[in-house]
Design a protein around this ligand. Structure first.
Ligand code: PGA
Length: 252
């Protein structure tokens, strides 16, 4: 059975103190009322990871960075290496988010290096893919996402690919309040699973957790999560409120 995962992506939000309070609130709410069979991940700013790890039950709450460097270490001022992220007690790293691809020019070549370093250091990549509005309007989303995956994580060995979580996030749905319809999300995730099956076989395809992201909220989460191929969500805005995030965790 593949894992159900609800991952928060705090992006560039919260001071350290606010972040620790939010993490504690999520931790307490999940301990008290959180669905036991859902893997919960908090994607927090680098500066917050250590403190968040100290303030949550890491058996229940996984902590993630939102990026890592494309180099192992050395003279790369301002970068944070995968090994450093791992050494803080984080277990996951969000990679390939469209904001990083678009605003920081992260290419497939760069992402391949980041994924490799994340895996080498025992971090689970939450690997994002998804198309812009004009591609969806031209009905070319499947070709686009296929290319994103073929240029990157489809080049991994089957063993390494099995360690990846995929998040499909249509860019037009991120932070816009426009959610993909349940049918659009399910269709694209089913398509992604089908190309995983072609590449790595059915067993791996059936075991891969594929998340939907993009304006997922307490109102639409249960319909989305009831779909056969949707294994959870990557949650931006709604992960900044403990109650909303808990409601999404319990939306299954
Ligand atoms: P959103 O962001 O939930 O605010 O749309 C999702 C994401 O970017 O991961």
């Amino acid at each position: 059975m593949r894992k159900k995962i609800v991952a928060g992506n705090w992006k560039c939000n919260t001071s350290l103190q606010e972040g620790v309070e939010l993490a504690k609130a999520v931790n307490n709410a999940v301990a008290e009322k959180g669905a036991k069979d859902v893997t919960v991940v908090l994607g927090v700013p680098f500066t917050h990871i250590t403190k968040v790890v100290e303030n949550v039950d890491t058996d229940r709450i996984n902590v993630s960075s939102q990026n890592c460097a494309a180099e192992a270490k050395g003279a790369f001022t301002g970068e944070v290496a995968a090994s450093m992220v791992k050494s803080t007690g984080a277990s996951h790293v969000i990679l390939g988010h469209s904001e990083r691809r678009d605003y920081y020019n992260e290419t497939s070549e760069i992402l391949n290096k980041k994924v490799a370093l994340a895996l080498e250091n025992g971090l689970t990549p939450i690997y994002c893919c998804g198309e812009a509005l004009e591609i969806r309007e031209a009905n070319k989303q499947n070709e686009f996402v296929k290319q994103q995956l073929e240029e990157t994580i489809f080049n991994l060995s089957a063993e390494d690919f099995s360690k990846i979580v995929i998040a499909y996030e249509p860019i037009w749905a991120i932070g816009t309040g426009v959610t993909a319809s349940t049918e659009q999300a399910q269709d694209t995730l089913a398509y992604i699973r089908s190309i995983i099956a072609e590449k790595f076989g059915n067993e791996i395809a059936e075991a891969t957790s594929i998340l939907y992201g993009g304006s997922c909220n307490p109102k639409n989460a249960s319909e989305l999560f009831s779909q056969k191929d949707i294994d959870g969500g990557l949650i931006g805005g709604a992960s900044l409120k403990a109650d909303d995030f808990l409601a999404i965790i319990n939306a299954y």
